[in-house]
Design a protein around this ligand. Structure first.
Ligand SMILES: *Cc1c(COP(=O)(O)O)cnc(C)c1O
Length: 291
């Protein structure tokens, strides 16, 4: 399937003040539900499921997971039944309701049970028909899909910025940078506390880490946590650019980019690409924070 994810130059007073060119890779435009990096992460997993003649995709996630919704929609699109193990008590929210609308079967399980995903998979009734996809879509196949982002680029960039949860997406991007022999520096913004583990994740996929800079101070207290300055920043960014970002991933990474620009970390004339990984459906649970 052909995807649409243009590179868009963004006009912003800060960029002209500091003489920088900042582009967005609009992965958020790939698909409204199979959004951004989740599309890239599912691509080769679904191909493998097809090769292995599996008919059921089984995956895992929290109650607001962009990955669950992406899997639910991809399942409906490509004729797979989908089952997900959802961490925590039985609840309903707009994201889970949309998962169900796409036909996904939700199984709520305790945080304790959730820890052993392999056991949950092994105990499935019709295991031989099932294909396992880890939380967030994390897998070697997922890195192959993310690597393709680099092949699509029409400009050469000095720096690429990207948010990281599991680190799978940046592992793929890092591999792409190496394979294309680019000098680009990859700036990774973990959205969880103690995000140093991201480097181990990248190394686990045998992707290079020498052109990576980790920015560990932009988690704002932890996963899906926010602070007033983050909320204000996101509001201002959306109003200055017309591009929607959200507080869990892209908002934190964009805050990091702007903070580092303000601190004159980048040489005058630098060309920077920010990967807009999408995930806007998560906003449905966070709009109240913008009041
Ligand atoms: C899942 C997600 C990420 C994190 O991707 P990883 O491969 O887990 O690091 C980043 N941005 C958005 C919008 C996401 O939904």
């Amino acid at each position: 399937m052909h995807i649409y994810s243009p590179e868009q130059k963004i006009e912003h007073p800060l960029y002209s003040l500091k003489n920088l060119e900042v582009y967005l890779k609009r992965d958020d435009m790939i698909h409204p539900f199979i959004s951004g990096n989740k599309w890239r992460k599912l691509k080769y997993n679904l191909e493998r499921a097809k090769r292995e003649n599996k008919s059921i995709i089984v995956t895992f996630g929290g109650a607001w997971s962009n990955h669950l919704l992406a899997t639910a929609c991809a399942g409906a699109t490509y004729q797979y039944k989908t089952i997900s193990f959802v961490r925590g008590e039985d609840i309903s929210n707009p994201v889970l309701d949309m998962c169900k609308l796409f036909g996904m079967e939700l199984r709520f399980i305790s945080r304790e049970e959730y820890k052993d995903k392999n056991l949950l998979f092994e105990n499935l009734e019709n295991k031989t028909e099932c294909f396992f996809i880890d939380e967030g879509g994390a897998s070697l196949e997922a890195t192959y899909g993310c690597k393709e982002l680099i092949d699509e680029l029409t400009n050469k960039y000095d720096h690429i910025f990207c948010a990281a949860g599991t680190g799978t997406t940046v592992a793929g991007i890092s591999q792409g940078i190496a394979d294309s022999e680019l000098k680009t520096q990859l700036h990774v913004v973990p959205v969880l506390k103690n995000g140093g583990f991201i480097l181990d994740e990248i190394a686990k996929y045998n992707a290079p880490t020498d052109q990576i800079t980790l920015h560990l101070d932009y988690h704002f207290g932890g996963y899906a946590k926010v602070k007033p300055e983050l909320i204000d920043f996101i509001k201002n960014y959306i109003q200055a650019t017309g591009v929607m970002i959200e507080p869990t991933y892209t908002g934190k990474a964009m805050y990091a980019l702007h903070d580092l620009i303000q601190k004159d970390v980048f040489a005058v004339g630098s060309k920077i690409l920010f990967v807009n990984t999408g995930g806007l459906t998560g906003l449905l649970g966070q709009l109240g924070k913008f009041d």
